[in-house]
Design a protein around this ligand. Structure first.
Ligand code: PLP
Length: 396
């Protein structure tokens, strides 16, 4: 008997249509195989500069402090909170899903007094409710809001929310993990202070880096803190000296992941940011049309639906695990189950980054038709495909 760890690593070639990670283009995987160089090598500094330039384009910002944190999206959430908040500070967190709840949890662990503004799952953040909450508390240091709630499939329009935050003189912390590269994001125009994302969703690289950007104003808050940032690893002042002019060592950059991010961003520049956002919109419209043709109910408010991620109610009598298991086993397709309030009740279908392709929508719908029929939920074969094809044709 040979131990399984002696076998060559050969994971199945899955089509990743869940809430992340998304499928990674071969060009990005290829970039990870080029020689590893040192994190203080001038050639690597060029890679860092390229990434900074491209991230500023994607974020639509001129923020000098724009860099990837060596972590997944959650690490960027920690970075934002740990650097902006000091023990005893007050933060208001808008919660309309799982990731808003996580953001509040992290802020509390940073020692902040956290007040919540809750919206029902499936709805966006309500600027008036935020206004009312902010009016109750003097000196709110920061407000957290999730742009694209991956747990519910809802996009919160940011300009109105940011107006409220600015009027109350608070620092805005925006989670753009699922929106960056899939929806419009205008950090400077909308006046966002801190915005972070992750490589594994619409940016189209593997999980492992989390691009963050901070305005001058936000960096001023970080630099004039009275207490040191509790985290050594995520301390932005030290990270600024590595990513900025002095290039001094803080921790070893994940070299191969940085290559991957560079290639993923380069592909985005080639495609054009606007074109890429339009691609996400087109495939999402086709997916929604196909699901509705199957009589399935979409869970996000129709006026605020995310393109990179669609939530759909699991029909009565259909077992969540059976369907997702069959998709994975028989079709090599991964979709996500529900989180929090939606656990066992919803599927989460992601069309992010390189996964956001016409052919993937058709492959998923086709497989779903077969699986649903096999499980007693009768649908006419081809019905969802026809609806999706029609939606795709309308957008060409
Ligand atoms: C995925 C996600 C995160 C967390 O990212 P990880 O890569 O899982 O750490 C945070 N916020 C939102 C909105 C997300 O979708």
């Amino acid at each position: 008997m040979t131990a399984s760890y002696l076998n060559e690593l050969q994971p199945s070639a899955r089509l990743l249509l869940g809430p992340g990670p998304s499928s990674v283009h071969p060009r990005v995987l290829q970039a990870m195989t080029v020689p590893v160089i040192g994190h203080l090598d001038p050639d690597f500094f060029q890679v860092m500069n390229d990434i900074g330039d491209m991230l500023r384009e994607v974020y639509h910002t001129s923020n000098v402090m724009t860099m990837p944190v060596s972590a997944t999206g959650t690490g960027a959430m920690e970075t934002a909170c740990a650097n902006i908040l000091e023990p005893g500070d007050t933060m208001v967190v808008c919660r309309n899903g799982y990731f808003g709840i996580r953001l509040g949890n992290i802020a509390e662990r940073c020692g902040a007094r956290v007040y919540e503004v809750d919206s029902p799952w499936g709805q966006p953040v309500d600027p008036q409710a935020l206004e009312d909450e902010l009016s109750k508390h003097p000196r709110v240091k920061a407000v957290g809001v999730v742009h694209a709630e991956t747990s519910t499939g809802v996009l919160t329009p940011l300009p109105d929310v940011l107006d409220v935050i600015r009027r109350h003189g608070a620092i805005s912390i925006v989670d753009a993990v699922t929106s960056l590269g899939g929806h419009d994001m205008r950090v400077d125009e909308w006046g966002i202070d801190v915005c972070y994302s992750g490589t594994q969703k619409c940016l189209g690289a593997p999980p492992g880096l989390a691009p963050i950007t901070l305005s001058e104003n936000a960096m001023q808050v970080v630099k004039t803190r009275e207490t040191p940032v509790q985290s050594f690893y995520f301390n932005l002042q030290d990270l600024e000296s590595y990513w900025g002019q002095s290039r001094s060592y803080h921790h070893t950059a994940p070299i191969s992941m940085t290559y991957a991010l560079r290639e993923a961003l380069r592909m985005m520049m080639e495609e054009g940011i606007e074109n890429r956002i339009a691609r996400h919109a087109r495939v999402a419209a086709a997916l929604r049309a196909g699901l509705e043709a199957l009589g399935l109910e979409l869970l996000a408010d129709p006026d605020y639906r995310l393109n990179p991620l669609t939530t759909v109610r699991i029909p009565d009598g259909i077992d969540d695990a059976t369907v997702r298991g069959s998709l994975l086993r028989d079709y090599d397709i991964e979709i996500g189950g529900g989180l929090g309030e939606f656990r066992g009740k919803a599927w989460r279908i992601g069309l992010m980054g390189d996964s956001a392709r016409d052919r993937n929508v058709l492959a998923l719908l086709s497989a779903l038709e077969t699986i649903l029929n096999a499980n007693g939920y009768e649908v006419a074969y081809g019905s969802s495909l026809a609806a999706a094809q029609k939606a795709l044709a309308a957008e060409r």
